[in-house]
Design a protein around this ligand. Structure first.
Ligand SMILES: [Zn+2]
Ligand SMILES: [Zn+2]
Ligand SMILES: [Zn+2]
Length: 278
């Protein structure tokens, strides 16, 4: 019985290090300061004891993230929103089509599916391509905030979040009596969403930097949400180069940690598994 969350990427839209920046964090030797664009893997055993791998978002670094984690299959992709840092790895899903000899199911709000279809027309309307070529084979499924659906024995609930003025979704996942919520790219949580964040074992929340930002939470705002929701453990993600891991981590309250690329959190194990980042 396994239920894990793996941070494939913990960085903001520009990634860390950023192009053309020589600040102390962008030039840090600490591997936890190297943050690829935000995405996560949710891994759990189904009722046949098969391991299932579900991706939240396909970052531009999906290829490297999948290689680093030795992902051999993907049982579905769930999209939070259609910003470039969360979708541009979509093209690389075709490798999973080839490896599995099967289409990949993708789940998103109707508006996000429209945006994906417009940006990746060659994938969604392959019959209009000049010639037949190897494009991803995806099956789109429409999801709605607050409407729970089941995937391989786990319950997935899209959570309405506000990303500045843009409504997006996070996800709550319930399996084996444990629960996690993944809330990236959020600046405000609508009141109707708070009841869906009840009794969480793990909350992942956006904490871009220390200074105010119109579309992301600051570290202090994220800590306020954690204080209100009271999960058993919390992880900050979508982190910019303003934050040095070794500088902030010791100052965080008990039970709150900074995510880093490759961090695996086990919900069914005795404690979280934190691989040596070196
Ligand atoms: Zn983002
Ligand atoms: Zn920098
Ligand atoms: Zn975004």
């Amino acid at each position: 019985m396994r239920f894990e969350l793996v941070f494939l990427g913990s960085g903001t839209s520009a990634g860390v290090p950023m192009i053309a920046c020589d600040c102390p964090v962008c030039t840090s030797d600490d591997p936890r300061d190297a943050r690829s664009r935000a995405s996560a893997l949710v891994r759990y055993t189904d009722d046949q004891s098969n391991l299932r791998d579900l991706l939240i978002d396909t970052s531009p670094e999906l290829r490297q993230q999948a290689i680093d984690q030795r992902l051999m299959r993907i049982d579905g992709v769930l999209y939070t929103h259609a910003h470039a840092d969360h979708i541009l790895g979509m093209d690389d899903l075709r490798r999973f089509n080839a490896a599995m000899d099967a289409p990949v199911d993708v789940y998103a709000e109707p508006r996000v599916i429209e945006q994906l279809s417009a940006m990746f027309r060659y994938i969604f309307e392959p019959h209009k391509n000049v010639q037949k070529s190897f494009v991803a084979d995806l099956i789109a499924h429409r999801i709605h905030p607050g409407q729970t659906f089941s995937l391989f024995g786990a319950d997935w609930t899209p959570l309405r979040l506000m990303h500045g003025r843009l409504p997006i979704v996070g996800f709550r996942v319930d399996a084996f009596g444990k629960s996690l919520a993944y809330c990236t790219d959020v600046s405000a949580i609508p009141s109707e969403t708070y009841p869906l964040l009840d009794r969480l074992d793990v909350l992942v929340i956006d904490a871009l930097r220390y200074r105010h930002h119109p579309t992301h939470m600051t570290v202090d705002q994220a800590l306020e949400v954690i204080d209100r929701v009271r999960p058993r453990g919390a992880y900050l993600t979508h982190i910019a180069h303003d934050i040095a891991h070794a500088e902030l981590e010791p100052r965080l309250p008990d039970g709150v940690s900074l995510a880093y690329d490759g961090l695996c959190v086990s919900l069914t194990g005795v404690e979280a598994v934190a691989p040596d980042p070196g």
